[in-house]
Write a protein that binds this ligand. Structure first.
Ligand SMILES: Cc1ncc(COP(=O)(O)O)c(C=O)c1O
Length: 424
């Protein structure tokens, strides 16, 4: 019998038709070329566009101090380290960065990985093994889920932010026989809401499980010092492990795990995603260190305040226009938190794509999230703000949203219904 050709999957995958239709009508929201620095205004495909689609929350990718730190690192250590952290890929910059991250997060130690994805994979797949249990929120980032599969631990998922379901999973895990780790995003990257961390901490304690929080969208955003959702809730000291990435507020590329010395040291000598991959290029490490120092300065505190004010302004405007936009997360002290991630739910995948394209043609770039990145029928435009957005930028964005909604035929779902906005 002839062996099936593995490439058949590529020729016949379930998204092929949609992809072809989107390409034919120039509706593909992905791989659009950015031709400049990712500021509030950026040149994309021949014209300047207002960007609401960046994770550069504090706007530090263009900060003179951060760029200089990258240049200095490049001059001192060259373009690449050509080896893993474990071998010839650790410079004094890495050591300084790990020390400053641990100091910032208030942990004994921190370990720096080449990407945030690898930080999750390296930590989770090393700590857990067959016989252990991992309990994850259904909204957790893909890197967490990949790490979980790699670990071969027993997976017990629970519905997004449902504490009753988490409790049930914790109860069930007691008879699994091994150790248990609960992993949640502090800020959920698509939904823009927070995990109810004080309750999660309490439940983990009650059931003897360890807790890890992915702070990719929390670091450099939430808390007075900007260390993330754990800080905003006042539970940093009660969370066993915190992960962060450098690819968002920290204006670079890379990731870290902060936690007790015994675990971090174990990861240094056991974590395959740390030992068997190249160290980040020196310029990336230098830029991260530069960004961290800005965040911890007076200027950083102002930027932290500004990005959250901008989030309130955009969310308030979209809400007033009647869009189905994220609502603030209520905090235990009666206050509420709104993160720079301001998703607008559109519903149908094609309608979201058409909305995205009409916005793009009117000069506004947002991200679009379709199934399976979001649940079926939950397609959304993921807008996000930066500290460096001016009010005028956000007003323009709001006007574009309002105008596009008027232009877009109600119920338009198929590529044939592509409206001609005529504004490019
Ligand atoms: C919640 C979350 N965790 C982890 C990652 C992975 O980080 P990186 O892009 O730095 O590899 C991301 C990035 O998209 C993320 O949003």
């Amino acid at each position: 019998m002839a062996r099936p050709d593995l490439f058949e999957k590529a020729r016949n995958h379930d998204r092929l038709e949609q992809l072809a239709a989107a390409r034919e009508h120039d509706l593909l929201p992905y791989f659009r070329q950015v031709d400049g620095e990712p500021g509030p205004l950026v040149r994309m495909e021949g014209r300047q566009r207002l960007t609401l689609g960046s994770n550069n929350y504090l706007g530090l990718t263009g900060h003179p101090q951060v760029k200089q730190a990258a240049r200095d690192a490049l001059e001192a250590y060259g373009t690449g380290l050509t080896g893993s952290r474990f071998m010839n890929g650790t410079t004094p910059l890495h050591t300084e960065l790990e020390r400053e991250l641990a100091d910032w997060m208030g942990t004994e130690e921190a370990i720096v990985y080449t990407t945030g994805y690898q930080a999750n994979v390296g930590c989770i797949a090393t700590l857990l093994g067959p016989g252990d249990t991992v309990i994850c929120d259904s909204g957790d980032h893909a890197s967490i889920l990949d790490a979980v599969y790699m670990s071969r631990a027993r997976i017990r998922p629970f519905r997004h932010n449902r504490l009753d379901k988490l409790e049930k999973m914790l109860e069930r895990s007691e008879s699994d026989g091994g150790g248990a780790l609960v992993v949640v995003d502090g800020v959920f990257s698509m939904e823009g809401d927070l995990a109810p961390l004080p309750d999660i901490v309490r439940l983990c304690r009650q059931h003897g499980a360890r807790l890890m929080v992915d702070e990719a969208h929390g670091v450099g955003v939430l808390g007075a010092a900007g260390t993330g959702a754990c800080e905003a809730y006042g539970v940093s000291g009660e969370v066993d492990l915190r992960m962060g990435t450098f690819s968002k507020s920290l204006a670079s590329c890379g990731g870290f795990i902060a936690g007790p010395a015994e675990v971090i040291d174990f990861l240094r000598v056991q974590s395959r995603a740390f030992m068997f991959t190249a160290s980040a290029v020196p310029a990336a490490v230098g830029a991260t260190l530069g960004a961290l120092r800005v965040i911890r300065s007076e200027e950083g505190r102002e930027l932290l305040a500004r990005v959250l004010e901008n989030a309130r302004y955009l969310q308030g405007g979209l809400d007033a226009l009647g869009f189905d936009v994220v609502q603030p997360t209520a905090m235990p002290d009666g206050s509420d938190v709104l993160t720079p991630i301001v998703p607008v739910t559109i519903g149908d995948d094609w309608r979201a794509v058409l909305f995205w394209k009409a916005l793009y043609d009117s000069g506004v770039y947002a991200n679009v999230a379709l199934y399976p990145a979001v649940p079926p029928g939950g397609a959304l435009l993921r807008t996000s703000v930066m500290a460096t957005h001016e009010r005028e930028h956000l007003d323009r964005a709001l006007a574009a949203f309002e105008q596009v909604r008027e232009q877009l035929p109600k119920g338009s779902k198929a590529p044939e219904a592509v409206p001609t906005t005529g504004t490019t």
